[in-house]
Design a binder for this molecule. Sequence first.
Ligand SMILES: [Zn+2]
Length: 136
Amino acid sequence: MNQTIIIPRTLANRLLTLAQLTPDVEICGLISKNNQQKYQVYPIDNIASDKSCVFEMQPEQQINAFKLIREKQQDLFAIYHSHPDSEAIPSKKDLNDAAYTEALNIIISLSTKGVLDMRGYFYKNDKVETVDLIIE
Ligand SMILES: [Zn+2]
């Protein structure tokens, strides 16, 4: 049975809006959560050479986001990115680049016009665990 994780609708909408702002390139960033169950999104520039199908977080922004998360005593909740033209399924590169095995990976797909396709995964030792995201 898949693990289930609740995503507040406001957070899901925020991620979808960010993805739709640049529908031709993958967006990426971090999401933190504090002990009052408050989520914060840290968008990070994608510096990959082919942003239409790959993401690579801008290193200083990424370090800075982690620093802020620590300073505000939040926890890393998820790493998100978008797929402009493909389903919300991790690519080979997504799996190869996976660095944080304890963080949820959220993929937002824009390939399904009008229908929210947001899926979650844990990447554990070359194994992909699908998470059932419950948006409420
Ligand atoms: Zn991807």
